[in-house]
Design a protein around this ligand. Sequence first.
Ligand code: ADP
Ligand code: MG
Length: 238
Amino acid sequence: MAKVELRDVWKKFGNVEVIKGVSIDLDDGEFVVLVGPSGCGKSTLLNLIAGLETLTSGEIRIGDTLVNDVPPKDRNIAMVFQSYALYPTKTVQENITFGMQTRGVDRAVQDKALADVSQLLHIEQLLDRKPGQLSGGQRQRVAMGRALVRNPDVFLFDEPLSNLDAKLRIEMRTEVKKLHLRLGKTIVYVTHDQIEAMTLASRIAVMDNGHVRQFGTPEEIYENPVDLFVAGFMGSPS
Ligand code: ADP
Ligand code: MG
């Protein structure tokens, strides 16, 4: 587990300011959901935490480390995207263990990690299949498995369920919640789905146009929205 701190984070693409002075602190083991309309900067903020984009200014800390100049692989994070990005020609087992292989992890350790995550995600029966032989939900489980075996302190999820149909989305939402309860890791989770945010989050950051308008528990945000934007977006009673 690790805390994550964002201090006055700015990001410009060319002359366009996309993240405009975001400061939030996530506690150890918290499940923070970033919500907001399309284009408000959710993915960019997540990519800044991951190190996939560099800050224009500000500071990001993971644990006690200032990570502004730390490359993604050394940040103690793992990321799951909306598109599954599995290797199509590799089996499920190879997809999950590939990262460990390239890092030269001991074979016995690899096998143990694979067995653990397959059990946790209920994919033991799928290990010899190729991604093309899996359903959307199964592929997303494999993508999560690949993130889990890295055993990072922080998980970053960018709309991991938005490609799934409604029924599967609700089922996977429950799985994600269980994973968090079980592992207790710090999670930053992006969605544009308010219900998903309300069900999963310990705290929600409501974003609009590069700003975090409000950061609070689902109850606080729903009961006491700070402005009309938050109230409207979260469907609070007026
Ligand atoms: P969200 O994930 O909330 O939908 P994004 O973080 O993807 O929003 O994008 C926020 C804004 O930044 C959008 O206006 C988008 O067009 C712009 N943007 C994102 N990535 C880039 C990039 N690499 N270059 C230029 N503009 C970008
Ligand atoms: Mg996005």
